[in-house]
Write a protein that binds this ligand. Structure first.
Ligand code: ADP
Ligand code: MG
Ligand code: MG
Length: 881
C-alpha cells in the first residue's frame, strides 16, 4: 500500500523545507547537501506529528514502515545494525519545530543500547567505560523524557557514587561502578514504573518518537509558544540520527558556538567546548566548559576544520550561525545550525558589518534587524565614570543594567513584577520552568552556567540584562538569601546587575542614558535614505526636544501643553484661573500664565527650529488641576478640629464646592478638549497669544520656526471654525502690535470616530490632521484605557479574543478603517493636507507599517522610540512598495 511520504533522509531535504522538516531537520539536510560532516540520519515530518496528535496519539499509516526502511539505509551506510549485538547502531532522537524553540522540546541520545548491545559496544571500541557511560546516559534521558521520571533521582545516584569514590567529574567513574549505577537506575525504573526498562530497541525507538511528538504539548512548550506568539498547530518534526561520540576520551568532546559574538556582534568565533562529554553537558553547568579558542591549542586540526566550516556556513546562510557540534576522536561532526539569536547590539553590528564585507545588501541589513528589539539599545547602562563597588562578578551574558529587589523564585518574581515592582531574579541556574519569572524580572543573576546557559540565551532573546555563572554567590533558597563570603543579601534587598560587564552591586547605582554606536548610526542613516514617512517626536520640553533631535526626530508631532500647567510655581495660578468667579479674575490669572507659556513655546520652538512643532491647546478636564477631593475633605476636617481661621476654612470649602461642581461621571468623554476652548475661549486665546509672541521674539533673533497649532477632540467642523476664528483674531492683534508676519498653520486631532467620518468637511478648514490614536482607540472600541488595561484586556488576550493590546498595537481592522476613511475623505477635499499620527502607536513597528500603507506623512512617538520608528518606517517601505 502506498502512503504519503512522511520520512525524508537528510539527503532528500533542504533549508527551504522548514515547515515540513522543522528548522533542525531542514538545516541538517542543507548541511548534508553542501558537503559538511553531518552524521547520517532522517526526519519524520511535522505532518506526521500533526496527524498523530489530531488522531488521539495514533501514528498515521505508513509512518513506522518508512521509519524502519530509512533506518535500514542508515545501517547500510554505517555497516552497523540497529540492535545488533556485536556492532550496534546507536541513534539520537531529536525534536525540531519549524520555529526554533530552544530547550523547549526533549532529545534522547544513544538509543539502541540494551544489556546486550552495550557489551558489543564495549568490545568493539575496547572502551568499557565509554560504553557504559553511554548506556547510563541513555537510561537517564529515556526515563526522563519518555517515562517521565524526575531527573534528579538519577543525578542523586551518580552523585552518591562520586562521593563514595571521591571523584569530581562524571567521566572519572570507572566502568565497574558505572555498571552498578546502571543497576540502580534500572531498579529505580522498575520501582517507579512497575515494569522493566525496555530492552527491545525497536520499542525504544517508537516510544521515543511518540514522546517527541507528545512534547509538542508539554507545559514548557505551550508557555514558550504563547510568549513568542508561535502557532500551536505547527507541530514538531523528529530527527533520527546516527550518534557521534564526544565521550570517547580526551580527543573528543562536545561544543556550541556562534560564528560571531552574539552579545556584541564582533566578528570572532564565540562559544564553549567540553572535552570528553556528550550532548547537553556543555550547557547543563555540570562542568565548566572551556572557551572555544582553547580548542586551537588542544585540538589544532579540529579547530582549523571548525573555523573553515563556520566560514562556509556564514557564507552559505549569509547570517550569524548558532552551531552545535561534536568531536569524535579528532573528527568534527556538525549537529545543528540555525540563525543565531543575538542582542540588539550584536544584531545591528553584524548586519552593518556584513554589508561592508559584501555578504548582504543595505536593504537586507535593514530588514535583518528587528525594529522592536533595537529599543534595547536605548536602555540605560551603568555609569562607568562612577567608581563602583561590585560585591561579585559573573559572566556578562546580556547587556544593560537592571536594578531591583532580590527574588529567588519565578512565581514570586512574576507576582511582584506584575504588581509593578522591580525585581531581579536570582537562581543557581534557570530552566524553561522559570520563563514566566524572567519575563517579569528586570534582570537575571545566576550562580552557575556559561554564556550559552539557559538564563543567558533566554535573557538575550528578551533583551533583559543578565549576569550568569557568578560563582561567588552562594544561594540558600530555604533561607531566602544568598551569601558572598561574609555578606548576606536577603530576599527583598536591592541589587544592581550590569549585564555588560558581569558586575553585581549592592543597592541602586548611577546609570547613564544610552548613546548610539557608529554601526547603529549607519543603519539609521540607511533607514532615512529608504523610508518615506517622516519621524517626529512627542515632546513637551526643550530637553525632550533636544534628545529627540539626537535620535533623529524631524519635528514635534505632539507638544502637550497641560504638563506645562502642572509645574509647582504655576499650579496655584492655574487653580486661580479655574476658580475665578468672573471673566476679569480669570483673565488676570491667564495674564500671569501667559508669561510662562510664552517662555515654554519659545524654548521648544527654538529647540526644534527650523522643523515644525505641533502645539496642542489645552486638552484635559480642568479638575485634573485641582487637589484631590478626599485629601481636601480631610484637610478641612483637620482645620476645623484645630479651630483654624474661619476665612481659611471658608476658602477651602469654596474650593471643595468647585471641585464637586467640576467632577464628572465620565471625564474621558466629558468637559475637555475643544469643549474647554468653546466654554472658556480666553484660555485658548492666551495659549495662541503665547505661541505667536514667542514666534515674534524668535523671528527677532533670526530663528526660523514653524508652529502648527492644534485643536484637540474636535467632532464637527463648526467647533473648529469657531476656535479658528478666535485664534486668527489673536494673531491679528499680535501682528498689528509687532508688525511681524508669522508662519503657522491651524489643524486638528482626529481622535473621535465622528471626526474621521467628517474629515472632508474638516479638511476644508484645517491645514493638517494628526490621528490621536489613544483616544481614537478608546472611543472606537468603547474601551476606557485605564479600566481596560488593568481589568479585562489581559483576559481578552488570554482567551485569544484579541491578538494584541489595541493601545499598543494599532487595531487595523477597526481603528485602522476609520483612519483610512479619514485619509481618503481628507485628501479628496484637500489633496496635500498634512497627515500624521501622534498616539503611542507612532512608535510601534506594526502600527508604523500601517501608517506607511495608508499614506500618512509622518509618525510621532516618544523620543526613545524614534530610532525604532525610523527603522520600522524603512522596513515598511521595503516590505510594501
Ligand atoms: P535541542 O533542540 O534542545 O538543542 P538537540 O536535538 O539539538 O536538542 O540535541 C541536544 C544535543 O544533543 C546536541 O547539541 C548534541 O550535542 C547532542 N546530540 C544530538 N544528536 C546527536 C548525535 N547524533 N550525536 C551526538 N550528539 C548528539
Ligand atoms: Mg540543539
Ligand atoms: Mg486625545
Amino acid at each position: 500500500m502506498s502512503s504519503k511520504k512522511y520520512v525524508y533522509l537528510f539527503e532528500e531535504g533542504n533549508s527551504d523545507m522548514r515547515s515540513l522538516l522543522g528548522g533542525k531537520g531542514a538545516n541538517l539536510a542543507e548541511m548534508t547537501r553542501i558537503g559538511l560532516p553531518v552524521p547520517p540520519g532522517f526526519t519524520i515530518n511535522t505532518e506526521a506529528c500533526n496527524e498523530y496528535l489530531a488522531s488521539g496519539y495514533e501514528f498515521p499509516s505508513g509512518v513506522l514502515d518508512q521509519v524502519f526502511s530509512a533506518l535500514s539505509q542508515l545501517e547500510a551506510h554505517t555497516g552497523k545494525g540497529f540492535g545488533q549485538k556485536d556492532n550496534p547502531l546507536l541513534v539520537s532522537v531529536r525534536s525540531g519545530a519549524a520555529v526554533s524553540m530552544p530547550g523547549m522540546m526533549d532529545t534522547i541520545l544513544n538509543l539502541g543500547l540494551n544489556d546486550e548491545t552495550v557489551q558489543g559496544l564495549a568490545q568493539l571500541t575496547g572502551d568499557e567505560r565509554f560504553a557504559y557511560d553511554c548506556y547510563r546516559r541513555f537510561i537517564q534521558m529515556f526515563s526522563n523524557v519518555v517515562l517521565e521520571m524526575e531527573h534528579n533521582q538519577f543525578d542523586e545516584i551518580v552523585e552518591k557514587f562520586k562521593r563514595k569514590l571521591s571523584l569530581i567529574f562524571d567521566y572519572e567513574i570507572p566502568a565497574s561502578e558505572l555498571k552498578q549505577i546502571i543497576s540502580e537506575y534500572k531498579l529505580l525504573v522498575r520501582q517507579g514504573k512497575g515494569s522493566d526498562f525496555p530492552q527491545d530497541v525497536k520499542e525504544q525507538l517508537v516510544l521515543a518518537i511518540k514522546a517527541v511528538f507528545n512534547s509538542w504539548n508539554n507545559q514548557r512548550a505551550i508557555v514558550y509558544r504563547r510568549l513568542n506568539k508561535i502557532d500551536d498547530n505547527l507541530g514538531t518534526a523528529v530527527n533520527i540520527q546516527c550518534m557521534a561520540f564526544g565521550n570517547m576520551g580526551q580527543d573528543c568532546g562536545t561544543g556550541v558556538a556562534f560564528t560571531r559574538n552574539p552579545s556584541t556582534g564582533e566578528r570572532e568565533l564565540y562559544g564553549e567546548f567540553l572535552v570528553n562529554a556528550q550532548g547537553e553537558d556543555v550547557v547543563a553547568g555540570i562542568r565548566t566548559p572551556m572557551p572555544i579558542s582553547r580548542l586551537q591549542e588542544e585540538l589544532p586540526s579540529v579547530y582549523q576544520q571548525f573555523l573553515d566550516t563556520c566560514q562556509k556556513l556564514e557564507n552559505h546562510y549569509r547570517d550569524l550561525q548558532d552551531i552545535e557540534f561534536t568531536v569524535e576522536k579528532g573528527t568534527l561532526y556538525m549537529l545543528q545550525t540555525r540563525n543565531g539569536k543575538r542582542t540588539a547590539r550584536a544584531s545591528v553590528k553584524a548586519a552593518v558589518d556584513m554589508v561592508s564585507e559584501g555578504l548582504i545588501s543595505k536593504n537586507e541589513a535593514l530588514l535583518r534587524v528587528d525594529a522592536e528589539q533595537i529599543n534595547q539599545l536605548l536602555h540605560r547602562q551603568v555609569d562607568n565614570s562612577v567608581k563602583l563597588d561590585p560585591i561579585a562578578v559573573g559572566l556578562p551574558a546580556s547587556p544593560g543594567a537592571a536594578c531591583g529587589k532580590v527574588i529567588f523564585d519565578a512565581d514570586m518574581a512574576e507576582k511582584l513584577g506584575e504588581a509593578g515592582e522591580k525585581v531581579v531574579l536570582v537562581r543557581s541556574e534557570t530552566t524553561p520552568d522559570d520563563i514566566h519569572g524572567i519575563i517579569y524580572a528586570q534582570g537575571v543573576l545566576t550562580s552557575r552556567g556559561g554564556m550559552t546557559s539557559h538564563a543567558a540565551v533566554v535573557a538575550r532573546g528578551m533583551g533583559k540584562p543578565c549576569v550568569c555563572g557568578c560563582e561567588a554567590i552562594k544561594i540558600d533558597p530555604p533561607g531566602k538569601c544568598f551569601y558572598i563570603g561574609e555578606l548576606i543579601i536577603r530576599e527583598g534587598d536591592t541589587i544592581t546587575i550590569d549585564g555588560a560587564t558581569g558586575r553585581v552591586m549592592l543597592g541602586e547605582v548611577p546609570m547613564i542614558e544610552p548613546t548610539l554606536s557608529d554601526e547603529f548610526e549607519a543603519l539609521l542613516r540607511w533607514a532615512d535614505e529608504t523610508k518615506r514617512l517622516a519621524v517626529r517626536a512627542n515632546a513637551d520640553t526643550p530637553q525632550d526636544a533636544a534628545r529627540a533631535r539626537e535620535f533623529g526626530a524631524k519635528g514635534i508631532g505632539l507638544c502637550r501643553t497641560e504638563h506645562m500647567f502642572m509645574a509647582q510655581e504655576r499650579l496655584p495660578i492655574v487653580q486661580e484661573m479655574i476658580l475665578a468667579e468672573s471673566l476679569e479674575e480669570r483673565e488676570a490669572a491667564l495674564a500671569r500664565l501667559l508669561e510662562f507659556q510664552r517662555d515654554d513655546f519659545y524654548g521648544i520652538l527654538k529647540a526644534m527650529a527650523p522643523y515644525p512643532v505641533t502645539i496642542r491647546l489645552l486638552d484635559p478636564p480642568l479638575h485634573e488641576f485641582l487637589p484631590d477631593k478626599e485629601t481636601l475633605l480631610l484637610e478641612i476636617a483637620d482645620l476645623k478640629y484645630q479651630n483654624a481661621d474661619h476665612l481659611v476654612i471658608m476658602g477651602k470649602e469654596d474650593l471643595l464646592k468647585k471641585i464637586e461642581s467640576l467632577s464628572e461621571a465620565n471625564p474621558m468623554l466629558g468637559h475637555r478638549g475643544c469643549r474647554l476652548g468653546l466654554t472658556f475661549p480666553e484660555i485658548y486665546r492666551m495659549q495662541a497669544r503665547a505661541v505667536f509672541e514667542a514666534m515674534v521674539q524668535l523671528r527677532q533673533e533670526k530663528v526660523e520656526t514653524l508652529a502648527e497649532i492644534e485643536i484637540p477632540l474636535v467632532m464637527d467642523v463648526a467647533e473648529f471654525v469657531y476656535l479658528k476664528g478666535e485664534i486668527l483674531d489673536v494673531y491679528e492683534e499680535v501682528k498689528t502690535g509687532s508688525g511681524v508676519e508669522l508662519q503657522f498653520v491651524l489643524g486638528t486631532m482626529l481622535e473621535l470616530p465622528r471626526a474621521c467620518i467628517v474629515a472632508d468637511e474638516l479638511a476644508a478648514e484645517a491645514e493638517f490632521f494628526s490621528f490621536g490614536t489613544n483616544d481614537l482607540t478608546q472611543t472606537t472600541l468603547g474601551f476606557s484605557r485605564d479600566d481596560a488595561e488593568g481589568k479585562f484586556i489581559p483576559v481578552y488576550l488570554e482567551k485569544k479574543i484579541i491578538k494584541d493590546n489595541p493601545f499598543a498595537v494599532l487595531d487595523r481592522k477597526g481603528v485602522g478603517s476609520l483612519m483610512r476613511i479619514a485619509e481618503e475623505k481628507a485628501r479628496g477635499a484637500k489633496k496635500n493636507i498634512l497627515m500624521g499620527i501622534c498616539g503611542e502607536h507612532g512608535g510601534d513597528p506594526s502600527s508604523v507599517e500601517f501608517c506607511h500603507i495608508i499614506g500618512l506623512d509622518y509618525v510621532s512617538c516618544s523620543p526613545y522610540r524614534i530610532p525604532v520608528a525610523r527603522l520600522a518606517a524603512a522596513q515598511a517601505k521595503l516590505n510594501n512598495d
